[in-house]
Design a protein around this ligand. Structure first.
Ligand SMILES: [Zn+2]
Length: 411
């Protein structure tokens, strides 16, 4: 469904930034060639609301199509576990004083319960909400109560009726996926105690802009937030942004802390400091984003030229990381099995399948040693340190990793 008005402020029309054409859903891994032949594709363009500065895509695929068999399982990455421990420490710090005994946390899009399990271990009462039934089942099986549904105003009401209000609401990488932002944020306010806190993590539009992270643009990601836009959005729902942290997950994310209006925590200097930087770069302006689009086109030319040269020299190329973000770049650049023989990924759910849109076979990481390609395109560049550590044997045998952005370079 084409979207013509801003999801935050309802202004219309949206200004075009970059048209990706028609692309396959970045998380729809294909079981075989027959499925690949029938693969649906959807239009997608990146747009800007010039009224409030919110960057967003102009297309909505029905959520049931997107998430029914979602294959991203949080537990597959070491960095996620590390991040969970960090989250636990910073969330404990925002708890109202005197409420340290068995605080209650509600997490939206809680995936397989990896993060909530860490909180449970630390003595919290936990409840997860996740629409992917197969993954909610995994969470329940490990003892993290998880409701297989979307978080909304209505879900919040049912949570409060069954378990009471929450001390902390956590939403990691979910806001970008939500079409009904206003219903979702009504739910956040409704589920929280008056002295509670909401912690929302989302990709930050500032590093996306400066580091050319256009590989985050796919149908699941409807919007890309600045602190400036987040603050305004929260305020529309009786929530005050009081602190912001910049964190490394997914290549540059925000942890935004909000509270019900009047809860009394003072606004930290971090909020105005980051908003100032956003204003200097101009992330709310069409001029800045048209420049971004020009850089994306130049990156595509450089990456395709490098891969074509390697093939012409008889070199063999593979890729690492069949996450959604890599799929967008491969499709946008037109990189298929002719340029990249295979992709490796640690997720057993993806191994044996084909990548969406480009139909490259997905294998286990062991294939890098079994087949020793000359170059590996690092689609999962956000986990570069972890991957290079794990692939020491491949590197020792002369393998090389090619990092694709902001311009292709070898690590
Ligand atoms: Zn707007």
């Amino acid at each position: 469904m084409r979207v013509t008005a801003c999801r935050v402020c309802a202004a219309a029309p949206l200004a075009d930034v970059l048209d990706f054409g028609t692309v396959a859903l970045a998380n729809s891994y294909l079981p075989d060639a027959a499925a690949a032949a029938m693969e649906p594709r959807y239009p997608m363009a990146l747009c800007l609301c010039q009224a409030c500065g919110h960057l967003q895509i102009n297309e909505e695929v029905p959520p049931a199509d997107l998430f029914r068999n979602y294959l991203y399982v949080t537990g597959t990455s070491d960095a996620v576990h590390q991040h969970g421990r960090l989250l636990n420490a910073s969330l404990s710090a925002v708890l109202p004083s005197g409420r340290q005994a068995a605080p209650f946390i509600v997490e939206a899009a809680s995936n397989d319960g990896t993060i909530l399990a860490l909180f449970k271990k630390a003595g919290w009462r936990v409840l997860g909400v996740d629409p992917a039934e197969n993954i909610a089942d995994m969470a329940n099986a490990r003892g993290v109560e998880t409701w297989p549904t979307f978080f909304s105003r209505q879900t919040a009401g049912e949570i409060v009726a069954r378990h009471g209000r929450a001390d902390v609401f956590l939403g990691r990488h979910v806001l970008a996926h939500v079409a009904g932002l206003h219903d979702f944020l009504d739910g956040v306010r409704a589920v929280l105690r008056d002295d509670g806190a909401a912690v929302v993590e989302c990709p930050h539009v500032l590093p996306m802009f400066t580091e050319l992270q256009y590989d985050q643009v796919y149908h699941e990601h409807l919007g890309f937030f600045s602190v400036t836009v987040l603050r305004r959005l929260f305020a529309m729902h009786g929530l005050e942004l009081f602190a912001v942290r910049e964190v490394g997950m997914h290549g540059g994310s925000l942890l935004a802390f909000a509270q019900p209006a009047g809860a009394g925590r003072p606004e930290e200097a971090s909020v105005s400091r980051i908003m100032q930087r956003e204003a200097e770069v101009g992330v709310g302006t069409l001029e800045a984003w048209r420049g971004f689009a020009d850089r994306v086109i130049r990156q595509r030319e450089a990456l395709v030229a490098e891969l074509t040269t390697l093939r012409r020299q008889g070199k063999r190329v593979a890729a690492y990381g069949a996450a959604a973000k890599g799929q967008v770049m491969l499709q946008w650049c037109g990189i298929g099995p002719d340029l990249v023989e295979f992709i490796v990924d640690k997720s057993e759910l993806k191994q044996g399948r084909l990548t969406p849109g480009t139909h490259i076979p997905i294998l286990a990481p062991q294939a890098l040693l079994d087949r020793q390609p000359d170059v590996v395109l690092l689609c999962a560049w956000n986990f570069a340190d972890e991957i290079l550590r794990q692939q020491k044997a491949y590197l020792d045998r002369g393998g090389r990793f090619l990092h694709p952005i902001p311009l292709p370079h070898y690590l």
